[in-house]
Design a protein around this ligand. Structure first.
Ligand code: SAH
Ligand code: SF4
Length: 370
């Protein structure tokens, strides 16, 4: 057994758990606040640097605990500023994390699982099957790595990460407790201090978990709908056979209704040529969503080798959007970012894993935009 097997990793512990950890050690609860700041605000992973704690306490911590983040095996910045990391987790599998800068905003797209069990027909993560849930440390570790990459901060510079979306690999609501712990750290003032409006769970529709979520948090919500009727959605999102559209939208209404402030749900709609991209689909969608305060995000399908689906033309996507706009919806089309580094959903990990396997060494590349 190595030390890593016996030591408690403090990286993924939200404040309440860290406080309980210190209490169990016979220490004061406020130590949790100090550790949170060192680890998450300053990116420190060495107890010796935590100078507002006594030497004796630091030695004690070193014996039982550690701050262990993921190992970065790939780090590249696209010409358009999109930055992508591939991080190796404990059992050797990798996940990807993408940072998309947009003006003053920086949106980090975080993974929740290695693979995914839900097998949506248009998703390359789903095609790889499910490996395991990420721990809370592995989820927040992605934010930790990304934030550390921008340290030390320029005093008046924009913050590099203003938003987090759980839209990387995996279905966040099937890794409920770890995702909630990690999101609590994202929103914790002593850690990342990101507003609850700017932390978003994206789900393909795990209805019972959505109701549970409403009881423990009030982050923003994105629903991966992709079809205006059950017949089509059953084909694209197999989970729909268990939780059909009416149930999903009712759960979405319930979740949004419980939020203390007025917010709109985001409806994600991956537009696939000849499958769900016709004006009649848009008209049906407009009717379906008429009672839900929402904005609609159209994502032109990102092709990948194992899929026969095709990306629609921009004209077809705009035609689809116009129907929704005329019906009064706020609609955006997600532009493809980081094309030169394959920053679209689920595209990079395969390549890096192949490359590392072939060359038997880790790759760490950094190409800074000219
Ligand atoms: N499992 C969650 C979150 C991860 S997927 C969910 O399904 O919501 C994040 C988003 O990327 C989802 O809206 C998903 O439908 C979309 N997506 C997956 N594969 C895609 C592809 N090949 N092209 C375009 N969007 C895709
Ligand atoms: Fe899983 Fe989301 Fe991909 Fe569906 S779209 S297979 S739920 S990651």
């Amino acid at each position: 057994m190595t030390d890593a097997d016996t030591k408690t990793n403090l990286l993924g512990m939200p404040k309440s758990k860290l406080e309980a950890f210190f209490e169990a050690m016979g220490e004061k609860r406020f130590r949790a606040q100090q550790v949170l700041q060192w680890v998450h605000q300053w990116g420190v992973d060495d107890f010796d640097q935590m100078t507002n704690m006594s030497k004796a306490l630091r030695e004690k911590l070193k014996r039982v605990a550690e701050i262990r983040g993921p190992e970065v095996i790939f780090d590249e910045t696209s010409k358009d500023g999109t930055r992508k990391w591939v991080m190796r987790m404990d059992n050797g599998n990798s996940v990807e994390t993408v940072l998309i800068p947009d003006g003053e905003r920086g949106t980090l797209c975080v993974s929740s699982q290695i693979g995914c069990s839900l097998d949506c027909t248009f998703c390359s993560t789903g095609k790889r099957g499910f490996n395991r849930n990420l721990t809370a440390a592995e989820i927040i570790g992605q934010v930790w790595v990304a934030r550390k990459a921008f340290m030390p901060y320029e005093p008046n510079a924009d913050r590099p990460i203003t938003n987090v979306v759980m839209m990387g690999m995996g279905e966040p609501l099937l890794n409920f407790d770890n995702v909630v712990d990690a999101m609590n750290l994202m929103m914790e003032d002593l850690a990342y201090g990101i507003s609850k409006r700017r932390v978003t769970v994206s789900t393909s529709g795990v209805v019972p978990a959505l109701d549970r979520l409403a009881e423990v948090t009030d982050v923003s919500l994105a629903i991966s709908l992709h079809a205006p009727n059950d017949e089509l959605r059953n084909d694209l999102v197999p989970l729909n056979r268990k939780y059909p559209i009416a149930e999903l939208l009712a759960a979405t209404q319930r979740y949004m209704g419980r939020l203390p402030d007025k917010r709109k749900a985001t409806i994600e709609y991956t537009v696939i040529e000849g499958v769900n991209d016709q004006p009649e689909h848009a008209r049906e969608l407009a009717v379906l969503l008429r009672n839900l305060p929402c904005k609609i995000n159209l994502i032109p399908f990102n092709p990948f080798p194992e899929s026969d689906f095709r990306r629609p033309s921009m004209n077809a996507t705009r035609r689809f959007q116009n129907v929704l706009n005329e019906a009064g919806y706020v609609t955006t089309i997600r532009t493809t970012r980081g094309d030169d580094i394959d920053a679209a959903c689920g595209q990079l990990v395969g390549r890096v894993e192949d490359r590392t396997r072939r060359s038997q060494r880790y790759i760490s590349v950094q190409q800074v935009a000219p």
